[in-house]
Write a protein that binds this ligand. Structure first.
Ligand code: SF4
Length: 358
């Protein structure tokens, strides 16, 4: 078993707001990133996934809990960012618009590796552009960011992250601002970097279909909490939390005959807003929307249940012997032709409710 490169252990992140309130952005997040593996962190906007990425990137200190790099906390800032790089959603905002591609890459190389002379620096800049398939590299190296397409800019951002020779890439919705036609190429690039460099990758997305395409493991967040995780095929085929099931049902299924590529990335935008994190629901934060809610769901956060094979979920159904009720509902993806399974309308009701707002 390989050791994690980067770990979050019981990470909590709260932000104070006016009037003495607190935004409870992340609660008890535990996550391990291993070399050569991609973990997809999936959730709606406001679920805490970006905050967690920023804690992992050390942009924010955790309120409590630990972030460990190679099993240790306390690495110096420069050493830390030599191993952990964050890729933002907006490639234009990530690059200095006043400088050419060459400058943006050289700066990262100089800061972390100090190439011995000009020729070596030039060689490394061109090699980085080739690695992210901006070829011929000489055609791109002297362009300004505004002269590039969105996809080309994001490739430069990734090249700049690679200049550092990191062990971990944290991709915060790295394809969501790109044209649909190039998103698949970007995912394939990330997969190639995982395979070639053995990078540990955290892929943050609201889109469970792209998570399924790219990742080895899926972790689902809802309203600041991790609610389910495990090997991706297991989570997709047998979701064990009602919210995960809803997320999968709301995602277009390429197998249902739509144009495959468009369907893969259309996302689950109709899921609606998660609850306020200033005053979140007590107990399970999903209980106001959950068709299976029981009295204990309103009182106590559900403990983690390990379901075997690395699959886990936080849901009282598993503690109360009611897991079969969830399993017996049928997702769109698995539904045979004909009438829906009896419990399916309950999940439709959740769908309808969220369209009216939380
Ligand atoms: Fe629903 Fe209760 Fe499970 Fe939360 S803990 S998802 S409210 S059944």
């Amino acid at each position: 078993m390989r050791e994690p490169v980067l770990e979050a252990r019981d990470v909590v992140k709260h932000f104070p707001v006016g009037g003495g309130g607190v935004v409870r952005a992340v609660e008890d997040a535990t996550l391990a990133l291993l070399p050569g593996r991609i973990v997809a962190l999936v959730g709606e906007s406001g679920s805490g996934k970006t905050t967690l990425a920023r804690v992992l990137a050390r942009f924010y200190p955790p309120t409590s809990g630990e972030v460990l790099l190679h099993g240790r906390s306390g690495a110096g800032r420069r050493d830390y960012h030599g191993d952990v790089q964050l890729i933002f959603q907006d490639p234009f905002g990530s690059l200095n618009p006043l400088h050419r591609v060459r400058y943006n890459l050289e700066r990262a190389l100089r800061l972390h590796h100090d190439p011995r002379d000009r020729r070596e620096l030039d060689r490394q800049v061109l090699e980085l552009l080739e690695r992210v398939s901006l070829t011929p590299a000489a055609d791109f190296v002297d362009k300004f960011p505004h002269e590039l397409s969105g996809g080309q800019r994001q490739r430069v951002v990734i090249a700049r992250a690679l200049a550092v020779r990191p062990k971990v890439l944290l991709g915060d919705e790295p394809i969501s601002m790109l044209d649909v036609s190039i998103r698949l190429d970007m995912l394939n690039l990330l997969a190639r970097l995982r395979d070639e460099d053995g990078l540990a990758l955290l892929y943050i997305t609201h889109d469970i279909a792209s998570a399924r395409y790219l990742s080895d493991e899926i972790v689902v967040m809802y309203a600041g909490r991790m609610i389910e995780g495990g090997p991706k095929e297991e989570v997709i085929a047998r979701p064990r939390h009602p919210y995960t099931k809803l997320l999968i049902e709301s995602s277009p299924d390429p197998g249902r005959g739509e144009d495959e590529r468009a369907a893969l990335f259309a996302g689950a935008d109709e899921l609606g807003e998660p609850p306020s994190l200033v005053d979140p629901p007590a107990g399970c934060r999903f209980h106001p929307r959950c068709p299976f809610a029981m009295p204990e769901c309103e009182q106590s956060p559900p403990p983690r249940t390990d379901l075997g094979g690395g699959h886990w979920a936080h849901c009282w159904l598993h503690q109360k012997g009611r897991a079969d009720e969830l399993a017996s509902t049928t997702t769109h993806a698995a539904a045979p032709a004909g009438p829906p399974a009896p419990a399916a309308p309950a999940l439709r009701a959740v769908d309808a409710g969220k369209e009216e707002g939380p």
